[in-house]
Write a protein that binds this ligand. Structure first.
Ligand SMILES: Nc1ncnc2c1ncn2[C@@H]1O[C@H](COP(=O)(O)OP(=O)(O)OP(=O)(O)O)[C@@H](O)[C@H]1O
Length: 314
């Protein structure tokens, strides 16, 4: 059975004057998912996240959090949401404890439950040791942990994180990614990034946004086990091209020279076993047979590179 829908956005559009930052974007986040919004700078990720968290009104379209409309019932909808904007909303002059108590208060957590909520958030984000430190004196990585702690203090089922590792050093990035994966065990997460390996390391699903439109939406696993589109084969004693072409499942054969061929496959076919048999029986001297699959990076470049060239030309 499909798990519970926590965020449902339909046809979100946002215009800033003549600029359409986000156009007709729909998405669904289910319980247990970590969804990565991937896109080049200016693609519309932050604008999308602001609309999904009720911090920016869409020009048109609507979003529901746990079935509650952000437009019609914003207070109820936001109870189920934690948000870490691109600029963490932390106060450098407060200690971690003071700040988190203040956040608990803002979220309307009852006074007698506040200490436990602060304690729990600190524990989940590895902040217990720095409770009494001024936030302004913490490293950027720890400040980001404080940002994450404020996002989960009211134990929302969903957290939305805008570029959560931007500006951190490589070690801090690893720590924050690991923390997000950990938080993902008890919260559903939407995070934005323009870093491909980050999405692959952390997310279960990826949505590529380009020029405000969702142009790709797939489980990350599907990008790892991407469908084979072609094979390269190298033969010491290649037969006539027609002999390879005759094998079922091969749409076309390109002779690359020196016994190498690119075999374009007819949709969904995997002729590798038949090819190996044919190579053995025909004494073709098979020395290489390699599938060619599209990586997430290739998919991303393909879907967004036209724009990059246009931008450079402009
Ligand atoms: N307040 C605003 N007024 C006018 N234009 C805006 C405003 N905010 C964003 N934009 C424009 O909307 C588009 C999308 O911006 P947005 O910040 O959502 O993209 P992004 O994918 O988050 O980019 P980045 O990774 O650089 O933060 C951009 O063209 C941006 O210049």
């Amino acid at each position: 059975m499909d798990s519970e829908i926590l965020i449902e956005a339909r046809g979100l559009t946002r215009r800033y004057g003549p600029t359409t930052a986000v156009s007709d974007l729909s998405l669904t986040l289910r319980k247990g998912e970590i969804l990565g919004l991937l896109g080049p700078n200016g693609a519309g990720k932050s604008t999308t996240m602001k609309m999904l968290t009720g911090n920016l009104a869409p020009t048109s379209g609507e979003a529901f959090i746990k079935g509650q409309s952000l437009h019609d019932a914003p207070t109820a909808a936001k109870k189920s949401l934690g948000y870490l904007p691109e600029q963490p909303p932390v106060y450098p002059e407060l200690t971690v404890d003071e700040y988190l108590r203040y956040c608990a208060d803002l979220h309307g957590i009852a006074k007698k439950e506040r200490a436990a909520a602060v304690q729990q958030a600190k524990q989940s984000c590895g902040l217990t040791e720095v409770s009494q430190r001024l936030i302004g004196n913490l490293s950027k990585g720890y400040q980001q942990r404080v940002g994450l702690a404020q996002a989960i203090i009211h134990r929302p089922p969903v957290i939305v994180l805008d570029e959560p590792t931007v500006g951190l050093d490589p070690i801090q990035i690893r720590e924050i990614r690991a923390l997000i994966v950990e938080l993902g065990k008890s919260h559903s997460v939407i995070l934005s990034s323009h870093i491909l390996p980050e999405i692959q390391a952390v997310c279960s699903r990826v949505m590529i946004i380009n020029r405000g439109r969702a142009v790709y939406d797939q489980p990350v696993i599907a990008t790892r086990n991407a469908q084979m589109e072609s094979l390269t084969i190298t033969l010491k004693r290649p037969p006539a091209v027609e002999a390879i072409q005759r094998i079922v499942g091969i749409a076309s054969v390109e002779d690359l020279g020196a016994g190498r061929f690119r075999l374009v496959l007819a949709g969904g076919n995997d002729p590798r076993e038949v090819l190996v048999d044919a190579a053995v029986n025909g004494n073709w001297g098979l020395i290489e047979l390699a599938p060619e699959v599209k990586t997430l990076e290739e998919i991303f470049v393909e879907l967004t590179s036209g724009d990059e060239q246009e931008r450079k030309a402009a």
